[in-house]
Each structure stands twice: as structure tokens, then as C-alpha cells.
Unconditional design. Structure first.
Length: 195
């Protein structure tokens, strides 16, 4: 189904959701703790009980986003280096990124802030680990490019394809299909015509 799962009712999650909405709407720098508290209809003291700064809120959001990716990477490291494993890694990665689309949209639109908070570094490390899982260690350069491109296809699809008509799940599957085709070609190591 194309519907969003219900949000957990805990306060920490509500704070993160509302803060992210405001960060996306008006930018991280222009959002204050007071505005987050007002939208939540709680006192600033109640908000402060959970998070001392808006930076702490943002870091917690990105850390929470990273956990499923860390679990996926750990799973992938225990699997055989088969095409089926690589396809499953991409499928799960696609689902994880789709679930975290608002966070990625924020990260894309606020790259300087993300870099300053050093959370961007952990994201790059996860991306490198994913590339290492889907490419063969001694792969030809073109096949390495295919593997990196497969991951960026999934990333780009989250941003670029939201403007195309159609069901979001169908678009996610189409993006995944293209990413898997790239990895399949790289895994096979079959020769391709030079351009």
C-alpha cells in the first residue's frame, strides 16, 4: 500500500518528526527550539528535557536513520557474494531510503549544516560499505562504476522522480530495477562496447 505507517506515539519521535518538518519547511538555521516547542504545543522546558539543542535533535534523527543501514551492512557482510545477495542488498537499501526520504531531502538541501555536524561523514562511510558489498574486490573500473552508479540511481530516484506522475511504489520499483540491472552487469563482468 502507498500509505505511511502510523507514527510511534513517543515524545522523542514526535519531537524529531516536528523538528524535521520545520527544518525542511524553513531551513535548519531559521528554526528555533521555541518554534519546535510551539508546533508540538509543549513548553520549551519540556522539549529541553529530551533535547538540549536543535543540533541534538538533528543528530538523533540522522543516527536513527543510520541504524537500519548499519543492520543492512552487517547482514550483507555475513552473506555470500552472490548476485542474489547483491540484489537483496539493493532492494532493502531502496526500502530503507524510501522510508527516510524526508531526512534525505533535508540532507540534500542543507549540505553545509550536515557537513558541519560531521553526520555527513558517517553517511559517506555507510555508502562506501554498501559499494564494497555490491562490487567485486578485483572488478574492472567500469564494473566498479556500475556498482557506485547503482547506489546513486537509488539516491537520485528519491529526489528526481518525485516530480514524475505515478504511484510512488511503482517508481521505487522502477528505480530498483535499473539499479539491479547495473549490478547484474557488473557482477557478470561481461564485456560492454566502449563509448
Amino acid at each position: 500500500m502507498g500509505t505511511q505507517q502510523p507514527r510511534r506515539g513517543d515524545t522523542r519521535q514526535r519531537i524529531q518528526d516536528v523538528a524535521l518538518e520545520l527544518f525542511v519547511e524553513q531551513g535548519y538555521e531559521k528554526t528555533s527550539l521555541r518554534e519546535i516547542a510551539e508546533r508540538l504545543e509543549v513548553s520549551k522546558a519540556a522539549l529541553y528535557y529530551h533535547f538540549k539543542t536543535k543540533e541534538a535533535i538533528l543528530v538523533s534523527i540522522i543516527e536513527d536513520l543510520g541504524r537500519p543501514l548499519d543492520e543492512l551492512i552487517a547482514w550483507g557482510q555475513l552473506q555470500p557474494r552472490s548476485l542474489e545477495t547483491k540484489e537483496e542488498l539493493l532492494r532493502r537499501y531502496s526500502i530503507a531510503l524510501t522510508a527516510a526520504a524526508p531526512v534525505f531531502r533535508f540532507m540534500q538541501e542543507n549540505q553545509a549544516t550536515v557537513r558541519e555536524l560531521s553526520v555527513g561523514e558517517s553517511f559517506r562511510e555507510r555508502l562506501t560499505a554498501m559499494v564494497d558489498l555490491i562490487k567485486e574486490p578485483e572488478a574492472e573500473l567500469t564494473d566498479q562504476v556500475r556498482c557506485v552508479s547503482a547506489l546513486f540511481t537509488i539516491h537520485a530516484g528519491m529526489f528526481a522522480l518525485h516530480t514524475l506522475e505515478g504511484d510512488p511504489e511503482e517508481k521505487r520499483k522502477a528505480i530498483l530495477e535499473v539499479a539491479q540491472e547495473l549490478v547484474t552487469a557488473a557482477h557478470a563482468g561481461r564485456p560492454h562496447p566502449r563509448g
